[in-house]
Design a protein around this ligand. Structure first.
Ligand code: CAA
Length: 253
């Protein structure tokens, strides 16, 4: 079906103004979705830049302040968006942070902050959209995990645990909703050209890039294409799957 013939569906993208999130918003809007980027309002400069970066989409992409680590805030945000734009049919959980440190140096705060955003955030948003999706008999949920959830990474016990947890969540929810027209899948990016990866020391980053068979960092567009594919109306027979997009950095069967 051409985008013009598709029902207009509302998509929420958490971390929507971030390194991957912005491009995910653009690709979903290009596929005819009405997209709302959820992110922290406190990122004022980034919010302003985001508005410029999506201006060409003529209002198909908007921004709403949200803190994914706060359940009640997620509930209020979903209610407000549904009143303003209509039912939420697509959710992409892309909000994520790093708090890298080897375990012997990791503080409880670094552990908990990361879990609140990267794992609780997935629960908080999904819990507030799932009843509507199952009642209407349609939904597409795409959770962003990471190659480091599949392999573990030195200095990322918190991040690797949360990202592995994200795919466990995906598989369990996929079973619960499979008969209700709601698919739940994971995309696991490798190392991409984003501020998060730019924050890794140059020496370690060079070692990582040397180990990527494709020979380069991923681009946000590489990841967004996979998300848009799984969020398509036609993708109804793929559920509980993990789609790795990592340039061959980790291969498995
Ligand atoms: N691999 C192997 N050994 C390492 C290492 C690594 N990546 N990092 C440090 N070490 C070694 C050091 O050489 C040193 O060895 P010696 O004791 O023999 O001298 C020892 O471990 C130092 O241990 P420390 O506990 O002091 O570690 P540190 O504070 O120096 O470094 C770190 C910790 C900064 C987290 C560092 O390990 C690191 O940068 N790791 C990579 C983190 C990373 O890849 N993050 C990805 C962020 S992007 C992302 O997450 C997106 C995505 O989804 C892919």
């Amino acid at each position: 079906m051409s985008p013009a013939l598709l029902p207009e569906r509302v998509a929420l993208v958490t971390g929507g103004i971030g390194g991957l999130g912005t491009e995910i918003c653009r690709q979903l809007a290009s596929a005819g979705r009405r997209v709302v980027a959820l992110d922290l309002a406190s990122r004022e400069e980034r919010v302003a830049a985001f508005h410029d970066e999506v201006a060409a989409f003529d209002g198909a992409i908007s921004f709403a302040p949200a803190d994914v680590s706060d359940f009640d805030n997620c509930r209020a945000v979903v209610e407000r968006i549904e009143q303003e734009h209509g039912s939420v049919d697509i959710v992409v959980n892309a909000a994520g942070i790093t708090r890298d440190a080897s375990l012997r140096k990791m503080t409880p705060q670094q552990w908990h902050e990361l879990m609140h955003v990267n794992l609780d955030g997935v629960f908080n948003l999904c819990r507030n959209v799932i009843d509507g999706m199952t009642a209407r008999g349609f939904g597409r949920i795409v959770n962003i995990s990471s190659v480091n959830g599949q392999t573990g990474q030195f200095g990322q016990t918190n991040y690797s645990a949360a990202k592995a947890g994200v795919h466990g969540f995906t598989m369990a929810l996929a079973r619960e909703t499979a008969r209700k027209g709601v698919t739940v899948n994971t995309v696991s990016p490798g190392y991409c050209d984003t501020p998060m990866v730019a924050a890794v020391s140059e020496e370690i980053r060079a070692q990582i890039i040397a180990g990527i068979p494709v020979g380069r960092l991923g681009s946000p567009a590489d990841i967004a294409r996979a998300v848009a594919f799984l969020a398509a109306d036609e993708a109804g027979y793929i559920t509980g799957a993990n789609l790795p997009v990592n340039g061959g950095y980790f291969m498995s069967f």
